[in-house]
Write a protein that binds this ligand. Sequence first.
Ligand SMILES: [Zn+2]
Length: 374
Amino acid sequence: MHISQAFDGGNIDIVAADDPSDIRLAIRKDHRSDFYQWFSFRLSGVTDTPCRISIVNADGAAYADGWPGYRTCASYDRETWFRLPTVYENGILRFEVEPEQDSLYIAYFAPYSMERHADLIAEVAGSPLAVTRVLGHTLDGQDMDLVEVGHGRDGRKAVWLIARQHPGETMAEWWMEGAFDTLLDPDNPIARALLEKAHFYIVPNMNPDGSRRGHLRTNAAGVNLNRVWNAPDMDTSPEVSLVRAAMLETGVDFHLDVHGDEALPYCFIAGFEGIPSLKPGQTALFERYVSDLCGRSPDFQRTHGYPVDAAGSSDLKKCTDYVAETFGCLAMTLEMPFKDNADLPDDTFGWSPERSRHLARACLESLLPLLDDL
Ligand SMILES: [Zn+2]
């Protein structure tokens, strides 16, 4: 039996792996941080052997309340990720599988590797509608990629879409694939109408180092990027420094920051209700956008979500609050589940890359009726 994780985005420590019926593993902490919850590894040499796998440190994970109701993701071909029967009891996450092939990949959610990210950037760069730009480098020396989509600014609205500040929330970059599929389709009437009035600035991966290192929440310096937007620096959070500088250059009329949530089995949006300079116009646009999206996608809802911030309580460390306050615009955090959408569950796959892509299409469609009023 072999268990390995020395690949792009891999994360697991072996505690005991002699007996397939009692494989004990632990999730590694993010480098220089106490956060952990993302895991990704390969199991091999146990074809047709019943395996019982325990993650023994699940109770100390960043969001242990996310384990109840969660089902582990697995794949033979690294394309199709199905769910395994999973239980969480006595602080241990346990799942069972009898691999049909020599090699089975197992992860918290369908991984999105930096190699796939490079493929995505290379592919979109081939579109006549897109221009790619390297904003600078991460602490590990990786590129910070920005993709512009449109016909140039020329009086058009500046729409910013960013994803994966938290690298373990891979559904956010799967969402980006859906966004690019939509925007770069020359026959899509919504995309054509959007690009008449808006120019898109897209950062499909805000945290390349955390992604490659197999982190849940932080970059190579152990920094939670979504807590430094008020004061980023090039020594510990170059990712935010670079993107924020680009935003200050372009201005922002609409902003969506795409995430995944460990606990809630729903897609939802969090706003900016606590910012000091909150304007009624911002709130009205927020209401219009969220209710339009509810009508457009049965995978989106507004009954379940985060508690709303009290007036004036924002500290502007979070991207959405910083952007809404700084630019006086509509800025939102989109959350997708690691589990499933409980309103429209899928027993085989749960929430998935394909459903993340579909939600991106709906999110872009809901932007169109707002554009003139941004
Ligand atoms: Zn997040």
